[in-house]
Each structure stands twice: as C-alpha cells, then as structure tokens.
Design a protein around this ligand. Structure first.
Ligand SMILES: [Ca+2]
Length: 543
C-alpha cells in the first residue's frame, strides 16, 4: 500500500539543532521506495517493521478506482465548498496561535512560506502571502523537483487569493470563503517527470512538495506540545478537497512504484535533553489521498530509505469511508490522534525502535508536514483548509479508590487474602491474611506520573507479626509493562489495629515517570491469619 512511496526523511546536519532532527526532514528528504521488493534499486529488502504490517511489501496495492490508461477526471474547478465554513469570519484567522491548545501555527496558511533548499534545509526565499500580517511560519520544500515556484512572481486573484505557478506546480492560499481557502497545492506529474515514468535509483528520490513546521522542536514559532504522557486527547481536523486528479497511467506504470499521495506527517520525538534517546523519533501519518487505494488503512513499516525510523500511517480509514471524487465535494478528516500515537510508540518499543527511552513523558510532537509526494505521472491538486491539532491535557484530579460502596472492589483484585465480606463493606475492604504476599492489584490506571507524585494508602493491620508488617507498593508503566522490584516503595505498618495513613512521595523516586499503568499494594509482606483492612488507596497531585 504505502510501502512503495514512503518518503525518506533524513537527518539534518544543523549546527543549532545538532542532536535534533529538524522537522524538515521531510523537506530534506531523499525519497526512495521504503519497502517494496524490486521497487528500489538501492535497497531491495522489504521494509516491513517485523510487526503487524499486513502488506509487508509483498502484495501489490489494489488499483485505484480509475485504473485505465487515463481517467475521466475533469480539470474543471469545483464549486466552492461552504459546508464547513464558519458562519461568520473567523476572528482568530490571523493569530499565529489561537488562544486554545492549538499546536499548528498559522493553520490557515495566511502568511505564506519560507522556501527551504530541500537537501540542506537552508532558507532560500520567502513566499509572502500577506493575507495576514507577520512573517511566514510554514516552510516549504520542493524536493527532487524542477519546479521553481519559490522564484515565481506572486499573483493576486479576484477572490483575494494569492498564487504562485509554473509549468510544474501550482500553489495558492486564499482568504476565508474564497475558492482557494486555505491552501491549494497542485502538481503536474507529466511535466515534472518529462512524461517518462520515474525509475527508482539509489540516491534519486521522487518528487515531494511539502509544507512543514516545527511544533515542539526548538524554534522561533513553536507553541510546543506537552509530553504525550500529559495528553488526554489530540483532536485533529482538516478539510480536504481533491480539486483535480488525473492518473495518466500508461506504458511503464507500475503500481508498486508509481503513485501520488497527499500526506500529513507528524514526528513523535524524544525531546528530553538528558535522555539517551534525545532526538530520536517516529513518523506518524495521515493519508488524505493515495491514487492507488480508495480508502487507505493502517500501515506500519520501517523506513528503509534512510532514517530507519518507524513509519506509522493511519491512512484515511479512521476518518472517512469513501474516496475523494476528483472535482467533487470535499471531506473532513477529524478524530483523536492520541490513541494512534500511543499505539505507534508501543509498537516502536516492541519492535526495537526508540530504544533510548520508553518513557512516555520524553516524547512530544516534534513537527509536521503536509503535501504531495508523487512518483507517478499524476496531475493532482488538493485544497485543504481549517487544519487543526488541538491538545487536551489530562486532568490533575486525584485518583481515589475509597472502597466505600459495599461489594464494589472498584476494579481491584485481591490475591492471597480471604475476604471478610464479599468485597468492601462499611467503607473499607477487609480480609484475613493466612500467609505470604497478600496483594491488591489495581485496574489499568493510565495516570501521569509527573502530575501525580503521591501514593497514599489508608490501612489497618490487626495483629499480624510485626517483622512482616511492611506495606509495599509496586507499579509499572505504559510501554514498560510488568511489575519489578526496582519500581517499588515500602514502609512499616503498625500491627496495632486502627487505620493509619501511609504516604509515599514519588516525585524523586526512580521509575515513577511517564504514565503509571498499574499499582500493586501489598498491605503487609505476610500474615498469620489476622486481619487487614484497606480504607483507601489514592494517587494524588503534589500537595
Ligand atoms: Ca473508605
């Protein structure tokens, strides 16, 4: 599916960002086939991450809906879509960052672009759109491309939109309610490739025209994303409209090699400067359009083209149920990206990627890019607007298990103890302990360690032997699952009866980082048949 055209980002050798991969990576990309056998002359080995990629580069992608030598797509401009326009002009349209948790700067593309040289990322020219004041936030790169849009004069259209065009490509940004709002990007594959199909060669990638921006990578414009461990949601939305798409398939077309894709990629990157994995990242993508597949699904691959990083692309299937009709109405791609990002990290760790840290709190959204990657002779044009990525932080509310409802164990399980009643009764959970290792295991918690550094247990221990009356708390973390001795704290418990409060300050406890997944509380190490009761187990914000 995507395997034949996954773009290959590469490290940027930047003095200022020496250990970071500049987002532009895609901008500085040398694109080669990531994984399809025979499609990449430079590296014929499949790029399957060894995990769950059902395609594994062995099955040709299904043909697109128009698989004839030519298709009937019209070049006619469709009517303006007004279905998702706000009823009134968006007052925030010109803000660099909106007064929300919006992560994308100039998300309506109203300022224009800084063109960067695609192999060095050096800033080259500025394509000022001027629809909103302020210097451009977006960079743009025209990779492996003869297009010189960046050097073309800016034209102003009757709608108020501005555009740049040459015989290879077309770019417009338009004000709200214009037919060009927000950002139109087109490419003429026949011209870009001189009418001859791209032939994969080592060090010779296909064409990409991508806009990109930094999000949490240190930079001038970033509002910055909280750590993934701090997030409760990551609401993504973009409206896309495929203005034109001609596949132009003919002699020499190979579906393993030739395609046009409109992609959005984010980097999920270790940004903890004291972590051994600082700077390491994975690619997390959404596919708006792939001319070979009506509604692309999930693809998980290793990039064999240079970065060797994990590429996790949700495709389009989580967002839409049908393909674009060229020239037809647009579609909104919207959903919470956080579950996918967490899954991407989990799969990365499970498959030997991002080995420098499996601490969820080390990872943030580094940056993003959006635009075309094309190895076919496709003539394509996409309009996007209202691009948005808004994060929601987890609440810092206390997580309290009070065992105050008779019979309700609140998801906890008891092992090596004999309940006095069927579960909690009269506000606490009582049991006798006949021998070693009574334990209470929590349900799955998903608590951010950094915001919840206190563990409190209110316990009574009525007569069990003093030497073994030691309460112990264990935990494990998202991405590093399984209890272990190293991640535990213990404290002596009186055996005199009444309830006592044991509190652990975890703020400097090794291992209490990232996202806490489970707790296990052993109220005592061993008993001799006397009773224990738990009044409360709580994980609390700092006092
Ligand atoms: Ca209670």
């Amino acid at each position: 599916m995507l395997s034949a055209i996954v773009c290959r980002p590469r490290r940027i050798h930047s003095v200022l960002l020496a250990q970071l991969v500049l987002l532009t990576c895609l901008g500085a990309v040398a694109c080669t086939e990531a994984s399809t056998p025979g499609a990449d002359a430079g590296d014929a080995s499949p790029g399957d991450a060894g995990s769950e990629d059902a395609d594994a580069g062995t099955t040709p992608p299904p043909p697109g809906p128009d698989s004839g030598p030519t298709d009937a797509a019209s070049d006619a401009r469709p009517p303006v879509d007004t279905g998702t326009e706000p009823p009134f002009p968006d007052p925030n349209r010109c803000l660099a960052y909106e007064p929300t948790n919006q992560l994308i700067g100039d998300r309506h593309f109203q300022r224009g672009f800084i063109d960067v040289e695609p192999t060095t990322s050096a800033e080259r020219t500025t394509m000022v759109a001027g629809l909103c004041p302020g210097a451009p936030i977006w960079q743009i790169a025209f990779g492996n491309s003869p297009s010189t849009l960046y050097a073309q004069p800016r034209e102003t259209l009757p709608s108020g939109a501005v555009q740049w065009s040459d015989s290879y490509a077309h770019l417009a940004v338009g004000p709200q309610r214009s037919a060009e709002a927000d950002f139109v990007l087109g490419m003429n594959g026949r011209a870009l490739y001189g009418g001859a199909y791209y032939v994969p060669r080592a060090m010779q990638g296909w064409v990409f025209h991508l806009a990109q921006q930094q999000i949490s990578i240190p930079g001038d414009y970033s509002s910055g994303s909280p750590a993934i461990s701090s997030l409760r949601g990551l609401d993504f939305s973009v409206f896309g409209q495929l203005i034109a798409a001609s596949q132009n398939r003919g002699a020499g077309y190979d579906p393993d090699v030739h395609a046009a894709q409109y992609l959005i990629y984010f980097t999920v990157q270790n940004q903890n400067g004291s972590s051994p994995g600082f700077g390491d990242y994975l690619w997390f993508g959404v596919t708006l359009y792939d001319d070979r597949t009506p509604v692309p699904g999930l693809s998980v691959l290793q990039d064999r083209g240079g970065t060797e990083r994990l590429i996790y692309n949700l495709g389009a299937a989580p967002f839409v149920s049908r393909a674009f009709t060229p020239g037809g109405p647009g579609m909104v791609f919207a959903g919470d990206l956080l579950p996918g990002m967490r899954d991407a990290l989990r799969r990365a760790w499970a498959n030997g990627f991002l080995t420098g840290s499996n601490d969820l709190s080390d990872y943030r959204i580094g940056g993003m890019n959006i635009g075309w990657e094309a190895s076919g002779l496709n003539d394509v044009e996409m309009r996007v607007k209202d691009l948005s990525l808004v994060y929601e932080r987890r609440p810092s509310a206390p997580v309290v298990f009070g065992f105050d409802t008779d019979g309700d164990r609140e998801g906890w399980t008891l092992t090596n103890g004999t309940e006095t009643a069927a579960g909690p009764r009269d506000g606490s959970w009582g049991f006798t302990v006949p021998g070693a290792t009574p334990m209470l295991e929590s349900p799955e918690l998903a608590i951010e360690a950094a915001t919840h550094p206190v563990v409190r247990v209110v316990v009574a221990n009525d007569g069990n032997p003093a030497p073994s009356s030691i309460l112990k708390v264990y935990w494990d973390r998202f991405g590093d699952e399984g209890l272990r001795e190293a991640w535990s704290r213990s404290a002596t418990v009186s055996n005199g009866g009444g309830f006592q409060t044991i509190e652990f300050d975890m703020s400097s406890t090794p291992g209490w980082v990232g996202e806490i997944r489970h707790l296990r509380v052993d109220p005592i190490l061993a008993g001799d048949g006397h009773s224990v009761a738990i009044d409360e187990i709580a994980i609390l914000p700092a006092p």
